[in-house]
Each structure stands twice: as structure tokens, then as C-alpha cells.
Design a protein around this ligand. Sequence first.
Ligand SMILES: Cc1cc2nc3c(=O)[nH]c(=O)nc-3n(C[C@H](O)[C@H](O)[C@H](O)COP(=O)(O)O)c2cc1C
Length: 334
Amino acid sequence: MAKTFPFKSLNIKGLNIKPPLILAPMSELSCAPLRQLVAQIGGCGLFYTEMLNSRIISSCSLKDDPFLITGNESPIVAQLVGNDPKKIEMSIKRLEELGIFSGFDINMGCSRNSIMRHGWGLALFEDIDSALKVLEAARGATDLPLIVKIRSGVKHDLKKMIERVKAFSNIGCDAVVLHPRAKKDGFKRPARWEEIKILKQEIDIPVIGNGDITSVEDIFKMYNQTSCDAVMIGRAAIVRPWIFRQAIDKDFLPDPVDILEKAAINFEQLLPKELASKRFYLFLSWYLRNWPFFRYVLKGLNTSMSVKEMLLYVKEKIRDQKPVLDGPCFISRI
Ligand SMILES: Cc1cc2nc3c(=O)[nH]c(=O)nc-3n(C[C@H](O)[C@H](O)[C@H](O)COP(=O)(O)O)c2cc1C
């Protein structure tokens, strides 16, 4: 393992990210119980909500919105998806009034067809005029840090990507997250970390690197290879919520069963019952990858079970199995 973790904190317009390790936005996964779990274990410098629909946030009651539930994790950035400048502006103003969020992010990376067909996510990144209008509206709505999360593009086109990020920075964006994959790559091809390095050399705002971190060693590698200002971790943080803590404290030894129990408590306490079951099941579909035969264990679970029932079932099944915690964790689709 590389010995020099650059423990410089990252400051984005007054938001101090220390250590510069960030939990990625992941719809249905990076909800309050997971974020709080990661915070309880330690080592994560910034949390993200999953993407929030600006159509809903700009107009509906926010009082009982389960997507806005938070635990004791902090600081948190709210990520918005949408392409209507007025709705983005209104959403930011309404969210800022809640007093929970330390910054905002505009999703320009999601390549799902269900998102892109509305002109959102990666489709917004590809439509530069609309993207600039959205960012101008967002910038006008808040003085808090404004971040844009992008991927390489529909196709890899470094020149175009760099030009776009420069334009975003010129209208007041404070940082960029790059997941260096094109739409056609899906998760099949490795993320092209060299694009993070080139973007970092070309622009003045902080660059947050993201994509394919599977171990603490990968965090060090991404820092060293790309000189990025912070590392954002997605899938590996669900399988190993202790990855942040181990990055800053190499002697930290997780107790995966204890962490499973803590997770169950968070899901039960923070989410309404039915949603808690759905989200806990999804969490387990990643977390159980730490044990051999996890597919077999998953088969015995379903979302009509309560969180407690799922926990009891899983504990019984893994009782005599040793988790495999060394080396890279398994983050591919199953
Ligand atoms: C299940 C799932 C849901 C995701 N949801 C979002 C999202 O809401 N907003 C977003 O910007 N990216 C989303 N992403 C992309 C991640 O934030 C991240 O860019 C991607 O997973 C690569 O990082 P990783 O290799 O560390 O997982 C999602 C990814 C996954 C696997």
C-alpha cells in the first residue's frame, strides 16, 4: 500500500472536506441509513444524497419526503436532476431553507435511458446551452458550493469534455466530479482514470475522481495516478462501509456482523417501515458480497420481510461462514 496518503483537506468555497473522501450519490442506496452507517464508522469527509428530482422538489411538500430524511451524517450535498432552470432554482432555494445541506450538485452523468429521455443527467451535459442555463440558475439561487457530477460523455471526447467543464467553471461552478466512462461503456469497461489526470491538469477548480475503487489500495492509486483533489466512492462503500475509515486508519479491523446489526438499526429507525424493508434488502444485495455463497443467502430474502426478519435470517445463514475481507471487493452486477 502506498504510504503517503495526501491528507490535505479539500476546501470548496468554505466547505471543508476532511478527509477528502466522499460517499457517492447512488439512487435507492445512498439513503440516510447507509450514510449514517458510514458516518458511525468514520473516515468519510462528505456525503451525497441520492439524486433528487427537481420537478418534485420544486413543487411538492418537502415535509414527509423520504428522500430528504437525514441521520447524523454531515456535511451533506444535495444532488439534483433535471433540465428546467426555474425548477432547479426553486429546488435549491427550497432545499437551502431546510438548513440541512452544505452544498448542491447537478447530475450531468446519469446515463440511464429513463433519465436521459427527459433531457436530464448525461443528456443535459451533451446539450451545452441547456446545461449552462441550468448552472446559471443554480448559481443564482445559492452562495453555497455548487458542484457538477459528470461522466466522460455519450462518447469519449476529451477535448469537448474539458471545454465544457471550463465553461461550467466560468459561470461559477466550484468543483467537478468525473466518472470517466462513456454511456456505451456501462460498467463493463474499466473507468479511464487517465481522463481524471488530464482534466486536473487543464482546469482550475477542484477535480473529484470517481470510478472503480474496490479497495483502500485503489484510493491511494487514484490519488497518486491522477493528482485528483478528492476521491468519491460508490459501490465499494456499500460492500465495505469501512473503506473510508481504513483509508485513514490502516489498523482498523471491522466486525462485519456488528456493522450489519448497526445498519439494520439505522434502516429501522430512519425510514418508514415499507421503504426500510426495500432499501435494507437492496443494501444486503451488496453488503452480503463479503461472504461466500451470498447469492444463496439472498435467495431466502424478500421485501415483504421486515428489517428484523431479514437480519435474523441473514445472521443465521452466515453464522458459520467467514467473511472474505482482503483484496478488492466485488462490485460488478450480479
Ligand atoms: C445503483 C447505483 C445508483 C446510482 N445513482 C446515482 C445517482 O443518483 N446520481 C449520480 O450522480 N450517480 C449515481 N450513480 C453513479 C455513482 O455515483 C458512481 O458515479 C458510479 O457508481 C461509479 O463509482 P463506483 O465505481 O465507485 O461505484 C449510481 C450508481 C449505482 C451503481
